[in-house]
Design a protein around this ligand. Structure first.
Ligand SMILES: *[C@@H]1O[C@H](CO)[C@@H](O)[C@H](O)[C@H]1NC(C)=O
Ligand SMILES: *[C@@H]1O[C@H](CO)[C@@H](O)[C@H](O)[C@H]1NC(C)=O
Ligand SMILES: *[C@@H]1O[C@H](CO)[C@@H](O)[C@H](O)[C@H]1NC(C)=O
Length: 838
């Protein structure tokens, strides 16, 4: 049996290679890390190589910091170009190809020693991790690598949205689904930063060079004396891995922290405040990378609050940074009015970024970088790239992704997002009629920017899985890889991650996880929101479960404009919001015309009748119905395919993932039924295949005989089968009883119930008085996030009891034992013939 793994080492577990592969590696003599210190990236590289080679090959090597001529042939030498030159190894670096900042040269040397040469110390560490990655995947057994590696972008950052929580003891993370903060607790930086060090190690291995450590909704208490020192300790913990830290600033800090009467960016006292604070920060963190600013966004104060332009606000921070080095201001373009009037057909949140920022191009200091979410709205299941990428020429940009799956299942569903990111990165904006891929814009090539690149909201937590789901770590891994080389195919990246995380050599493991991973995005899209309509989750609450109605009728501007005849946003210039025209002319023309708009963005750009025919020949509404059936059907295969890996990976991780995939399969059916019934009710057009609204094997709880249960209407209606559910009116025990109306036979009994926070109700299901299943409603602890306090589409879920013999007429009862606010809610049971999904 394979030893249990926690996931803490993620893709850096350095699992032993098989004897066959091990035997193809010659014994190395020792490791030389050309370093003067003990906590710099090169000495870390030496330790990492030592540990990695010991675990992967079983060879114990010593590490020395000096190169001695004689035995060098079979050593691994790691260091910077200049350290190689100083150590009498000039010949090894004489004719290297050009290395850019953070780049490296790797010569794996036929098993006769290797050279890992960094342009800087960080590059040397990256080279060591690359060597170990190749080794661990068995890729150095039969091949020699001699290659220069250079980054595609200089900015490769992660953004943590961790809260300081000065008012409530938590360690909370905005949109965090993997436990508590590894940085902060109860208003302070944690004493024990060992997880921060381990995080920096993971980041360095995927060549991430910066981490903004706190939430964009920042707090001024972060900068009091105690916490400044704490930030310094975080920087110290990450520095050996070449990861620099930055902080998010709260615009109104001068008022909040210093008691100034204003935070006006042109007020001399305010300017001085930021200069002083910046000087203090640099005193403790000399290599601080800069500031992230979210201002005038979602109710936050900003320069506009004080009658100044966004550029004036950004420039104030930029000037404060300048005397101290190369610090940058990462000014988020997420500025929009969240009280938009939907009645005005010209209003469009997707227009906001261009409206607020395009005309300011040229007005920013040269150390201001505009950080733009990849799409115009907010990390939806599918979006076109933000049009702002085409407007800024003088002001460099950061393209922002989200590794945490806020709108894509929150790490309770698995969605490998790199294929979606690829559609953005490879999108050609046609600036000035010339090829201008988003990845070349962000990488700085199109406009010749020196500093630009990527940031991703990452939100790891203190759970040993980091993100709450072992498989979701493929997203963090892929993000780092794409920052470095945005042309790498998502599938190749996934395969490397699988080999490192689960098995380097067993093709059953590799192929199975690859297939689940590559199908996961289209699958989630199919059962969440199709044709560019957005994710269709509940945007007014936790952004998790289905609630298509929540998109409209409010000021947030994530509208679908669905009525009884038609749906979709008309973003054309001719009749709609004009958003299509924000793109350069060739792209604008494509999106303006319904014929040339791809089906998967149809409803993003056009308002069409439900009966509009797609290029596939299907109507929009039938496509919705079919996609939700196909997607949820495919989600049912994930746990089955995962089951085939039992014994091929360790049980601990196998069980964790099996549980999550089974949960996902159940919740995908909630999605299917909610979305389909919502649109059926809207437009009244029935499903051609007669599935929507007809559930042959289902028995509604509200139609059962109830004792201690009462019937309630569920909001939104489509979150319950038939719009209603039952909840316990008795504080202790409630029973719903029915008789099997179907012929005798083996059944998979599915129970749909609601599992929300506020208590852990227990349930039992009995057939003819015999208990055939029991469970506890404790998903909030098992899934690691509190997605709902209510009976709704977030908390709706399903459990199965399979292969139960049920006689015709048998008495079936579900017994709920409420706990606190959790009143053991129940929606329906299904008595499914084996193999049937419904
Ligand atoms: C710093 O802020 C924390 C709350 O985050 C507070 O508890 C602490 O007393 C403050 N320390 C100083 C020196 O002001
Ligand atoms: C910031 O605060 C606003 C308003 O309270 C909220 O809507 C938004 O979700 C928060 N965002 C983050 C990243 O904390
Ligand atoms: C994967 O491992 C299992 C168990 O050791 C073995 O039966 C199977 O043949 C392996 N598959 C491949 C393709 O190596």
């Amino acid at each position: 049996m394979l030893p249990p793994e926690t996931g803490l080492d993620a893709w850096l577990r350095y699992a032993p290679l098989s004897e066959t592969l091990r035997s193809q590696h010659k014994q190395l003599s020792h490791i030389v890390a050309l370093s003067d210190g003990s906590a710099d990236p090169v000495s870390v590289a030496g330790q990492e190589l030592q540990e990695g080679i010991r675990k992967i090959l079983g060879h114990s090597l010593t590490v020395s910091s000096r190169h001695d001529g004689a035995s060098s042939d079979s050593a691994i030498v790691v260091g910077t170009v200049s350290a190689f030159q100083k150590s009498g190894l000039s010949a090894a670096v004489q004719s290297l190809p050009a290395l850019e900042e953070d780049g490296f040269w790797l010569d794996s040397g036929d098993g006769n020693g290797a050279h890992i040469v960094g342009q800087n110390e960080r590059g040397a560490l990256y080279g060591a991790f690359e060597y170990l990655s190749l080794l661990a995947q068995g890729k150095l057994a039969s091949a020699t690598v001699r290659k220069a590696y250079n980054p595609g972008a200089s900015i490769r950052y992660v953004n943590q949205w961790d809260n300081l929580d000065e008012n409530c003891p938590h360690g909370s993370i905005e949109r965090g689904y993997g436990g508590k903060s590894i940085f902060f607790r109860d208003g302070f930086v944690l004493e024990d930063l060992s997880r921060v060090r381990q995080y920096a190690r993971l980041l360095a291995s995927i060549r991430i060079n910066g981490c903004i450590v706190n939430n964009v909704n920042s707090s001024h208490e972060l900068f009091n004396e105690t916490n400044l020192e704490g930030l310094g300790r975080i920087a110290d913990a990450m520095r050996p891995y070449g990861v620099r830290i930055g902080v998010s600033l709260f615009f109104d800090t001068p008022r909040g922290l210093a008691g100034l009467p204003t935070s006006d960016p042109l007020d001399p006292a305010v300017v001085k405040f930021w200069e002083d604070l910046t000087a203090k920060l640099y005193k403790r963190i000399p290599d601080m990378l800069g500031y992230t600013i979210k201002a005038n966004s979602e109710g936050q104060p900003g320069p506009l609050t004080y009658g100044r332009t966004l550029a004036e606000g950004a420039n104030m921070f930029a000037r404060a940074l300048k005397p101290h080095g190369d610090g940058i201001v990462m000014y988020r373009a997420f500025v929009y009015n969240h009280h938009l009037d939907e009645a005005d057909l010209k209003n469009d949140r997707a227009n906001a970024a261009v409206e607020y920022f395009a005309h300011l191009d040229g007005e920013f200091e040269d150390n201001v970088i505009i950080q733009i979410k990849f799409g115009p709205i907010d990390f939806q299941i599918r979006e076109p790239p933000s049009p702002l990428f085409a407007h800024l020429r003088k002001t460099p940009v950061i393209c922002e992704f989200m590794v945490c799956q806020e709108y894509l299942g929150q790490q309770s569903h698995y969605v490998y997002m790199a294929p979606e990111w690829e559609t953005i990165l490879g999108f050609d904006m046609r600036i000035d009629g010339k090829q201008s891929l988003v990845r070349d814009i962000a990488g700085g090539k199109v406009h010749g920017w020196k500093r630009s690149g990527y940031a991703a909201v990452t939100n790891v937590g203190d759970d040993s899985t980091w993100l709450g789901h072992h498989l979701s770590m493929s997203n963090l891994y892929a993000y780092g890889r794409l920052c470095w080389d945005a042309t790498e195919p998502a599938q190749d990246i996934l395969l490397d991650w699988i080999r490192l995380t689960f098995s380097a050599e067993n093709s059953t493991v590799i192929d199975t996880i690859r297939d689940i991973g590559m199908e996961s995005w289209p699958t989630y899209e199919a059962y969440s929101g199709n044709l560019g309509i957005q994710t269709l989750c509940d945007i007014l609450y936790t952004h998790y479960g289905p609630s298509p109605g929540s998109q409209d009728g409010n000021g947030w501007g994530q509208w679908t404009r669905a009525d009884d005849k038609a749906l979709g946003m008309d973003r054309t210039a001719a009749t709609g919001t004009g958003n299509a025209a924000q793109y350069p002319p060739e792209v604008a023309a494509r999106f303006e015309n319904i014929e040339t708009t791809p089906d998967d963005l149809l409803l993003w750009f056009h308002h069409v009748p439900y009966t509009h025919k797609l290029k596939s020949g299907k109507t929009v509404i039938q496509h919705f119905y079919d996609a939700h059936y196909d997607g949820s059907q495919n989600a049912q295969t994930f746990p089955k395919r995962w089951a085939s890996l039992k014994g091929l990976i360790d049980d601990a991780r196998w069980e964790h993932v099996a549980f999550k995939l089974a949960y996902q399969a159940g919740h995908s059916l909630v999605w299917r039924d909610s979305v389909n019934n919502f649109y059926l009710a809207k437009c009244g057009i029935p499903d051609e295949k007669n599935r929507v609204g007809n559930y042959r094997w289902r028995i509604e709880a509200e139609s059962m005989q109830l004792e201690g249960y009462e019937v309630v209407d569920v909001t939104p209606r489509e979150a319950a089968s038939g719009g209603r559910a039952v909840v316990a009116s008795s504080p202790t025990k409630a029973t719903a009883t029915t008789r099997n109306p179907f012929p005798t036979g083996k059944r998979d009994i599915a129970v749909n119930y609601y599992d929300h926070t506020g208590g852990h109700a227990r349930y039992e299901i009995l057939v003819d008085g015999k208990v055939v299943g029991q469970w506890t409603g404790d998903l909030d602890t098992r899934l690691l996030h509190a997605f709902s306090e209510h009976v709704d589409g977030h908390s709706a879920t399903r459990v199965y009891f399979r292969g139960v013999e049920v006689k015709e007429g048998a008495e079936i009862s579900v017994v709920g034992y409420p706990d606190g606010k959790d009143k053991a809610p129940l929606d329906y049971i299904s008595l499914l013939p084996e193999g049937v999904v419904d």
